[in-house]
Design a protein around this ligand. Structure first.
Ligand code: NAP
Ligand code: ZN
Length: 348
């Protein structure tokens, strides 16, 4: 199938229109017309080569929403016209304990990311959501609940699941004291989801600039990480902190904020941290952990959770030719929402 997207051709991460082919449908494949595609900071890391050399040209995008336009003969769960979504993975071995346990993101044989990795069968490089169409095996397609507003769903597929999964894993509930470091794409979803679970949520930001957005997302507290006095006062006041900082940083700034037995979960910066102290960990049985997106079953769960609680990500709709401007904002970290590409702005 011929399609068009936006691709980076080198690590200068400059995105330009790109014509390419989607694979012919296999028996268990669903062909999707992409309507909206979110822009994750991981897209920028990847096309920049922050995580290693890439197979350019590369079409990023793993927050995908659209409609089914064709199905392979063995597909049983979807039909033409269904509202569907695709997240960060498009395949996994389906055989190992993690796949059986609905945690395909931790597949022992390595899951297949939505873009930039060899397809398990043909070996061709997967290409992501900044495009008009995608072909994905049925098991990795999600259903968009009717109660959700299609143009504002895409960020749930990565920012939503990546924050929902640790909130569930660490058992956030009514009254839990949750801190969210960094009010960007992931951060603002973390606030909405934790608040809906009944937590008391505090945004931990570099300045007060995003106070309004923090409040409107459901945070009741705002802590400025550059205010030493305020940080000291907040010592031992959180059960769980989600760290979405996208650059190398020092967790010593934040670990003392955890109460005894509290956990700081890193979901941001995939790579080295600055050297940090064991003292806050040892002196309070505090933990530092990590978490990667979430499984397919849990991704459907967060979509359904958002529908049930009327949660929509804050989306700034852009045209495909504005992706480079969106990247400039992500680099600065000056926005408290997600950019979402309206694919109607791109034609074959
Ligand atoms: P984003 O929209 O750019 O938000 C990141 C936020 O971090 C910024 O808005 C800013 O918030 C804060 N920040 C930026 N630079 C900082 C700095 N130098 N020091 C401290 N804080 C800083 O990014 P995102 O899309 O939410 O992604 C965040 C990170 O998560 C990225 O590294 C991404 O690759 C990663 N990620 C991981 C997973 C996973 O599965 N683990 C999934 C998706 C994304 P304030 O202005 O409030 O400080
Ligand atoms: Zn992402």
């Amino acid at each position: 199938m011929k399609t068009i997207g936006y691709a980076a051709h080198s690590s200068d991460a400059h995105m330009v229109p790109y014509h390419f082919e989607r694979r012919a449908l296999r028996n268990n494949d669903v062909a999707i017309e992409i309507l909206y595609s979110g822009i994750c900071h991981s897209d920028l890391h990847t096309v920049n080569g922050d995580w290693g050399p890439q197979p350019y040209p590369l079409v990023p995008g793993h927050e995908i929403v659209g409609q089914v336009i064709e199905t392979g003969p063995d597909v049983t769960g979807y039909k033409v016209g269904d509202k569907v979504a695709v997240g960060c993975m498009v395949d996994s071995c389906q055989q190992c304990d993690q796949c059986h346990n609905h945690e395909e993101q931790y597949c022992r044989n390595g899951m297949t990311p939505t873009y930039g990795a060899p397809d398990r069968i043909s070996g061709e490089i997967t290409q992501g959501g900044y495009s008009k169409h995608i072909v994905v095996r049925e098991e990795f397609v999600l259903r968009v609940p009717d109660a959700l507003d299609m143009p504002r769903v895409a960020p749930i597929l990565c920012a939503g699941i990546t924050t929902y999964s640790p909130l569930k894993t660490w058992n956030v509930k009514q009254g839990s004291r949750v801190g969210v470091i960094g009010l960007g794409g992931l951060g603002h979803m973390a606030v909405k989801l934790a608040a809906a679970m009944g937590a008391e949520v505090t945004v931990i930001s570099r300045s007060n600039a995003k106070a309004e957005e923090a409040k409107s997302s459901g945070a009741t507290g705002m802590l400025v990480s550059t205010d030493a006095e305020a940080m000291k006062k907040a010592t031992a006041s959180f059960d769980l902190i989600l760290d979405t900082v996208p650059v190398k940083h020092n967790v010593d700034t934040y670990t003392p904020l955890l109460d005894i037995d509290g956990t700081l979960v890193i979901v941001g910066q995939v790579g080295p941290l600055e050297e940090s102290m064991t003292i806050p960990l040892i002196m309070g049985r505090r933990r530092v952990a990590g978490s990667l997106i979430g499984g397919i079953k849990e991704t459907q769960e967060v979509l359904d959770f958002c529908a049930e609680h009327n949660i929509h990500p804050e989306c700034q709709m852009i045209n495909a030719d504005e992706i480079n401007d969106a990247y400039a904002h992500l680099k600065k970290g000056d926005i408290a929402h997600r950019f979402v590409i309206d694919m109607a702005s791109l034609s074959l």
